[in-house]
Design a protein around this ligand. Sequence first.
Ligand code: FES
Ligand SMILES: [Fe+2]
Length: 440
Amino acid sequence: MAWTNKEISALVEPDRAHRKAYTDEDLFELEMERIFERAWIYVGHESQVKNPGDYYLARIGRQPMMMTRDHYGEVHVLYNRCPHRGAQLCSARSGNAGKRIRCSYHAWMFGLDGKLESIPAIDGYDGTNLTIDGEDFQVPKAARAASYRGFWFASLAEDGISLEEQLGEAKTGFDQLIDRAPGRETEVVGECFHMVQHSNWKIFLENQLDASHPGATHESTGIAAQMVERDMRADGRSPPLSYGFLSDFARLGIDGWGKFGTVGHPHGHCTLEGYMGLRPDDPETNAYVKAMYESYGEERAEEILGVNLHHSLIYPCMSIQPPLQQLRTIRPISPTRTMSEIWHFRLKGAPEAIYQRALGYYYLVNSPSTMVNADDLFNWWKVQHGLDSQGGDWVSFHRNAGFDIIDGNLRKSPEGSMSEMPLRHMMHVWRDYMTAEEGA
Ligand code: FES
Ligand SMILES: [Fe+2]
């Protein structure tokens, strides 16, 4: 059906959303057009294209894009489409194209910035309107591309607010991921975990700041981690800190998560306070703090380490967990399919043990053999099935509805609550994006 703005608005009420927002094919197309092909969308970190000739493929909305690094060191975001007959230019997910990108179909050659450099037997074009520098024969660039401290985004809309304005204060998540490195730089480690979630992209975002789910969904994992910790201690070994992150799921119980505040920011971003106690008094952590003091001085180092942030959700496409050095990004495929990438980062200058601790968590939570991600994915799949059914039309976000605390342009959850404020907040921003154009 052709949706009017009025009909779209009616899908979002103050404390609930209609299931059609998660299931309808036409609405999904509109989401791609009005949100993902308009807003600033995360492409990748600059270290994913570290060397000249490197490229990395990333979908933005429905568009196949690639991030490249040219031989002057500049990063570009291009459409992955040959201007000759339309072939995809790079087909591996990432790689190095060498000095230039060669289309495999008829060997047109392009610079890493998308500029057409040569065509075999070019005299065949004499007398036609094809020219080497003709606009139609270059690989098109994203309308806008920008980096926030090495994290690259692109917008496919010519006009709109700047990346910094879209990120606002939620950019602290990126700052933390960099500033927590004594060497003041961060870089991706290896490849990411890739998976296709069999659920709508909004279900993933909602889950990231759904405080009432960990104690229920991940309780069994928490209990198993507690048992392993107990066995290790009985053997005289001390369990790795990453196991403690998991046993928290059982230790805190279902309603123990209310003490961690959440904040809704402009443009749909949301943040969750830290809860993991990542400064235990152990030699590794003390060595890390010492390295931070040496790099920044005590006052600034404490300021950085004192930021109380566990999770930043950057609407509509990603989330960052700086203390755990991980970043997740989503690429919607259809109303019921969402590609996700989970990246792990190395903080330059941090002791190896700190890196290993975060890596341990990364594997324990995200690897194909973990129960944490598997339990989440299973829930989201079940939610999608329920929403596809006619067993009810509404998704409830009622917890603490009507009790948000407004603080300037921020919306905060009441203290001690497991408020569903972030879920309501994102859905209201969804409605704003979807109905922003007049007269539709
Ligand atoms: S389609 Fe690329 S060179 Fe022909
Ligand atoms: Fe979860």
